[in-house]
Design a protein around this ligand. Structure first.
Ligand code: PLP
Length: 385
């Protein structure tokens, strides 16, 4: 018997090729121009992209770097955060947020997330402040802005820096202001699958702080302002021109692709309304960009297998919380320390989400989720059948 789906009818989790093809001519021309000019590292396109991205975010300074992790790390270094400092961040985030903090020698202090928005719980952040705390790093997880008013208020009262991890939130709005313009400085990633993605690694630091901008600018480029005059011991963490040229093309389409994601999220939420799972919620004063559309299901693993058998690819962001990772055993956390984060790790499921996703595919994914819930329920309540 033939399988119920062929390879061509698989529902991908993301479709980067479709995104490329939709802007192929412009992207190819931009990349070829860089190659023909041989203006390859920190060239004209990097400078232009920095200006365009700063203006998009509503900030004065943008500094292109080689990844989101580097962006976070260079911000922390520029503020002089290091050994002896504690930096508070959310327990449910990509490992890079914590790695940036530990890479400068500071201690990541994790706090639990809000059960509804999955973002940092401001009350938990407040409770985690110690005399050593120097900064708080809210993460706009899945493209939903963190509760910045409360976090900034806490930071102001305790003299802490606010550094946004905006790596999943290009273009998201909080009370009408862009992610990246909400704290003292912010980090973006241009990893290919992000809302604004390069054809390799890339990242950006944005800030209104001229001093910090200048330090990051030097640090990313061997600690020099002028070639061969090294003022600080720097790094090679530069953005290259091919990435910048491609990102300039994609930045012009970012609002459009984010609005497509919003439409997809709305449709998922309508169609999954009757399914027995928790749907993602964004606070009313935010305009999220749905980097991921994450639901919560009782029997997540069974649902994931069910969808997989129907040719639907899904993800889990993230299956093992940072405090339970081998790499961070030294922090001394234990299972049970962050109940919301731990429950999420067992129940969350990211459904296919990308700008070129179609209504037809969303309907197929949603119908499949509803079917699963019906079967799952009838298994759970055998007396009712
Ligand atoms: C992707 C990501 C990063 C790291 O970005 P890279 O470019 O992969 O280094 C950091 N934080 C969050 C929340 C991310 O999603």
């Amino acid at each position: 018997m033939a399988t119920t789906f062929g390879r061509e009818t698989q529902v991908q989790f993301v479709d980067l090729a479709a995104e490329y093809l939709s802007a192929k001519e412009e992207i190819d021309a931009a990349v070829q121009r860089v190659l023909a000019d041989a203006d390859l590292v920190l060239g004209r396109d990097v400078a232009l992209f920095e200006q365009e991205f700063a203006s998009y975010c509503g900030v004065e300074q943008a500094i292109g770097v080689d990844s989101g992790l580097s962006a976070l790390e260079l911000i922390l270094r520029a503020y002089g955060i290091g050994p002896g400092d504690e930096v508070i961040t959310a327990a449910n985030t990509f490992i890079a947020t914590a790695l940036a903090i530990s890479s400068v020698g500071a201690t990541p202090v994790l706090v639990d997330v809000d059960p509804v928005t999955y973002d940092m719980d401001p009350a938990a952040a407040l409770a985690a402040i110690s005399p050593r705390t120097s900064a708080v790093v809210p993460v706009h997880l899945y493209g939903v802005p963190a509760e910045m008013d409360a976090i900034k208020d806490i930071a102001r009262r305790h003299g802490l820096l606010v550094i946004e991890d905006a790596c999943q939130a290009h273009g998201a709005l909080y009370r009408g202001e862009r992610a990246g313009s909400l704290g003292d400085a912010a980090a973006f990633s241009f990893y290919p699958a992000k809302n604004l993605g390069a054809c390799g690694d890339g990242g950006m630091v944005v800030t209104n702080d001229q001093t910090v901008a200048e330090r990051v600018r030097m640090a990313r480029n061997y600690g020099q302002k002028e070639k061969y005059y090294h003022q600080i011991q720097g790094y090679n963490k530069r953005l290259d021109s091919v990435q910048a040229a491609l990102l300039r093309v994609k930045l012009r389409r970012l609002d459009e692709s984010n609005s497509a994601r919003r439409g997809h999220a709305r449709l998922y939420s309508e169609l999954l309304h009757s399914a027995d799972c928790a749907l993602p919620v964004a606070p009313e004063h935010t305009e999220p960009v749905w980097h991921l559309y994450v639901i919560r299901a009782h029997d997540r693993d069974a649902l994931r297998t069910w969808l997989s058998n129907e040719g639907i690819c899904t993800g889990i962001h993230y299956p093992i919380p940072i405090h339970l990772q081998e790499a961070y055993r030294n922090l001394g956390y234990r299972k049970g320390d962050f109940p919301v984060t731990e429950a999420n790790a067992d129940h969350i499921l990211s459904l296919p989400m990308y700008p070129k996703l179609t209504s037809e595919l969303i309907e197929r994914v949603s119908a499949s989720c509803r079917d699963f819930c019906r079967v799952d329920q009838s298994l759970a309540e055998p007396s009712s059948v």
